[in-house]
Design a protein around this ligand. Structure first.
Ligand SMILES: Cc1cc2nc3c(=O)[nH]c(=O)nc-3n(C[C@H](O)[C@H](O)[C@H](O)COP(=O)(O)OP(=O)(O)OC[C@H]3O[C@@H](n4cnc5c(N)ncnc54)[C@H](O)[C@@H]3O)c2cc1C
Length: 378
């Protein structure tokens, strides 16, 4: 049997392109099918954190998976730079959550303790710092800051450049990127997958569904499931200013270009064509209470984006029992986990089976017996 491709990846966002790049890197014959650049997607709207602290409450395996991603991100950045010449500005200086008032700091500490005490949780080396300790590292904090948590494993990147580098790298690996080819239907015929697109049928021995929230409708076509509960997030960007923030915060970071990004909210709304300005006002107010001088900067941009959000906030990686060779991958933290998708998930797909020791906890089967509520994301 001759397939067009060894693997067809459905979705060319951050997940699909990291997996596609990882497959190309190990010599697989791959195509990546996408709706195209007109689609507004999380991959173009995110906050660009590679974030470890606070991840995995309720699922310790997620904390392990996240630390692994943080540990291998510098390798991803280096390989992308060597291959494409694009510097994705990966900085792993550690990151902060800053508390306004003692009560917030106590709540943060208690939550991190619960996370840390779970059997099997990773050692994420988080420290709780008092106000004076924070001020030594971030001298511009305002008087209301009572302290915070610091994790040396937190990092950030230029995520749009990462996205571009993955696409440039895919081309260099001869991955066939096919925009404007949304997959409408998937059949399994004669031992291969046949994907229906407006530009004809694609045949592949294996498929990876990485179509963000659309995975919810595609997955059942191949005996998989991806229960999603997308939410909307908003981000505010200021004009450029002199470097002042050597460590990203979970809600404030200074980009490599000097702008300051402030985020990010969570609403049960799925329209990213409009903004909820009162939410921006709350985010901006909190940001200037943390760093008062931010109040003097002009806002130059703001946008909203729809999160790819599995129902319980944790990633879904699964393989079909009824259609072997079909995989699904979706997660909220696609920037953070890009290195895992390239270096871990891609080789598993090439080998034809997920390594359940590493990713068994992320099977969608968990939704069969869990009373899920969204939690633990970011
Ligand atoms: C406001 C905001 C802030 C965020 N901040 C962070 C952060 O700081 N750190 C972090 O790690 N993550 C963050 N994220 C999340 C991160 O951006 C996402 O996890 C990631 O972009 C998801 O990538 P994806 O490829 O799964 O989905 P998407 O970006 O939605 O891409 C899905 C792709 O699938 C394609 N597609 C859809 N349907 C089909 C079909 N039928 N056939 C073919 N193609 C199809 C689409 O065209 C699209 O390109 C944030 C997200 C938001 C919205």
């Amino acid at each position: 049997m001759v397939n067009d491709y060894e693997v067809a990846v459905v979705g060319g966002g951050l997940l699909g392109s990291a997996i596609g790049w990882g497959l190309g890197r190990i010599g697989q014959r791959v195509c990546v099918l996408d709706e195209g650049d007109v689609a507004k997607r999380a991959s173009r709207a995110n906050f660009a954190l590679i974030w470890v602290q606070g991840k995995g409450l309720g699922m310790p395996a997620y904390s392990v998976w996240t630390v692994r991603a943080s540990d291998t991100w510098s390798k991803l950045a280096a390989e992308l730079r060597d291959q494409t010449g694009l510097d994705v500005c990966h900085q792993r200086n550690g990151g902060f959550y800053l508390a306004l008032g003692d009560k917030e700091l106590e709540q943060r500490e208690a939550m991190l303790k619960r996370l840390h005490n779970q059997p099997g949780a990773a050692d994420n080396r988080i420290e709780i710092l008092d106000r004076d300790q924070v001020a030594k590292m971030l001298p511009q904090i305002g008087p209301e800051v009572s302290g915070g948590s610091f994790c040396p494993l937190d990092a950030h990147v230029n995520s749009l450049r990462t996205f571009r580098a993955l696409h440039t790298g895919m081309l260099k690996f001869d991955v066939d990127y096919r925009p404007e080819q949304p997959v409408a239907d998937i059949k399994h015929v004669g031992g291969e997958f046949r994907l229906t697109t407006p530009k004809g049928e694609i045949r592949a021995a294996k498929i990876v569904l990485a179509a963000g929230n659309t995975n919810q409708t595609l997955a059942p076509m191949v005996g998989l499931e991806a229960p999603m509960g997308p939410t909307r997030g908003q981000i505010v960007v200021t004009e450029r200013t002199a470097p002042f923030l050597p460590h990203p915060l979970i809600t404030i970071r200074q980009t490599d270009e000097g702008t300051v990004m402030i985020g990010d909210s969570k609403e049960e709304v799925l329209d990213d064509a409009v903004l909820n300005l009162p939410i921006n006002a709350v985010m901006a107010d909190r940001a200037q209470r943390i760093f008062p001088f931010l109040g003097r900067l002009n806002v130059v941009r703001t946008w909203s984006g729809i999160r790819v959000m599995p129902k319980d906030g944790f990633p879904i990686y699964d393989q079909s029992e009824t259609y072997p060779g079909a995989f699904v991958a979706c997660c909220h933290s696609g920037v953070t986990l890009a290195s895992n998708h390239a270096f871990e998930i891609a080789p598993m797909v090439a080998a034809g089976a997920l390594d359940l020791d590493k990713v068994g906890a992320f099977s969608a089967k968990r939704f069969h017996h869990l009373d899920v509520s969204t939690s633990g994301y970011y």
